[in-house]
Design a binder for this molecule. Structure first.
Ligand SMILES: Cc1ncc(COP(=O)(O)O)c(C=O)c1O
Length: 388
């Protein structure tokens, strides 16, 4: 068989598909009982009471920021309030901040977790800082417990974008349960994939009800449990998920732990094979889990060591030609993306040195949820070590 190492593997099983088909045959496609069941099971899984399913992780981030500025929110934020955001971020971690009328302030990440460190947060907050968006990158995190206590003490909202780290736990507490709002994505290739889908987790009943209203047009149907009213009590979106995604989500949740373990083993085997090869010459540094973290890996990020840096561009082309797909770590240093200047978001690259380094040195390859064959691992390691 021809060698191909894709970024995204097909993680669906026959039983995922049969659950999806059942929903289609029932003809109940619009948000309903399956979504409720998934929310309930997800909530039990992560041990957090208030979980609301949406149609993507991006929508979950959008809801979080619009809940923060809503008049129904106690101590709501005001237009112009500042929200810290890591420079290594995803497009829709950043844009909901801006769309909600808040001012994003890019903060550097650390080279270990690729996330904002506790120290960097302390260095960057000012009187204007009213919210902090952190991202748990590719299954990892920084000192999230300290960040949580600090933000609480300072009355600064914490939004935890956990779209890349479902299933990781820090000091025995799942990531995605630390923020005032925490978000998850079930996009293809994430730890649990429903094709599309997301979840938002909050800390109290009032916020939960607010999120429900914002998710569905701003009407009061879910609040009052009165069906078919046309009473609009707030602004709103339509960010509802499909029942098919919920049915796949329920089914995958049953084997999430297995998938996490398979990914962990695949990762260990690839690294071991590379390090044991005669071609190993410290070409790369690997992304290591925080010492208090039980990781649920998303992918295998690699940082090219400086000696080989001028070869990176050609080398990634070489990997592509040899059927190893690669991509940047999230989107690299996001301030380098044209959209940031288009919308005149301010930044100072002088303070984003690590983020720049991650963009220059980093890339990642996929990490399948099915066990890799040993000859695939050998071939993969061999090609990766052609960096000379
Ligand atoms: C950190 C982060 N936040 C948000 C998202 C958006 O999730 P979705 O693709 O479900 O909209 C992603 C997407 O991969 C992501 O990596």
């Amino acid at each position: 068989m021809k060698f191909h190492y894709p970024l995204l593997e097909n993680a669906f099983t026959k039983s995922d598909i049969s659950q999806a088909v059942k929903v289609i045959k029932s003809q109940n496609l619009t948000m309903g009982l399956k979504t409720k069941e998934f929310e309930r099971k997800f909530s039990r899984f992560i041990n957090s009471k208030y979980c609301l399913m949406v149609n993507s992780g991006s929508s979950a981030n959008l809801l979080a920021m619009f809940a923060l500025i809503n008049p129904k929110k106690e101590n709501s934020l005001k237009r112009g309030d500042e929200c810290l955001v890591p420079a290594v971020c995803w497009s829709t971690s950043l844009w909901p901040i801006y769309q909600a009328g808040l001012v994003p302030k890019f903060v550097d990440v650390d080279l270990k977790s690729f996330s904002i460190s506790f120290n960097e947060i302390k260095k960057n907050i000012t009187k204007k800082t009213k919210a902090i968006m952190i991202i748990n990158v590719l299954g990892n995190c920084s000192e999230i417990d300290k960040i949580r206590s600090f933000s609480k003490k300072k009355n600064i909202y914490l939004i935890e974008d956990n779209c890349e780290s479902f299933g990781s736990s820090y000091k025995n507490k799942f990531l995605g349960t630390f923020g005032d709002f925490s978000t998850f994505s079930f996009y293809y290739s994430h730890q649990l994939t429903a094709g599309e889908g997301g979840m938002i987790v909050c800390k109290n009943y009032k916020d939960y009800k607010l999120l429900q209203t914002l998710r569905s047009h701003g009407w009061d149907r879910e609040i009052k449990k009165t069906k078919n009213t046309f009473n609009f009590i707030n602004q709103g979106f339509n960010l509802r998920p499909l029942e098919v995604s919920a049915a796949i989500g329920i089914n995958q949740l049953k084997r999430l732990k297995t998938m996490i373990n398979v990914r962990k083993k695949n990762r260990e085997k690839i690294i071991k094979t590379m390090k044991n090869s005669i071609k190993w010459n410290n070409q790369y540094s690997f992304f290591e889990a925080n010492k208090y973290l039980k990781p649920s890996w998303f992918s295998l990020p690699l940082l090219i060591n400086s000696k080989y840096l001028n070869k990176k561009k050609n080398f990634l082309r070489y990997l592509g030609k040899n059927k190893i797909e690669t991509r940047p770590i999230i989107s690299g240093n996001f301030v380098n993306q044209p959209c940031v200047n288009l919308h005149k978001i301010k930044y100072n690259k002088k303070y984003l040195k690590n983020s720049e380094e991650i963009e220059k040195r980093g890339f990642f390859i996929g990490l399948p949820t099915k066990p890799l064959k040993s000859n695939t691992i050998k071939k993969l390691a061999d090609l990766l070590l052609d960096l000379k």
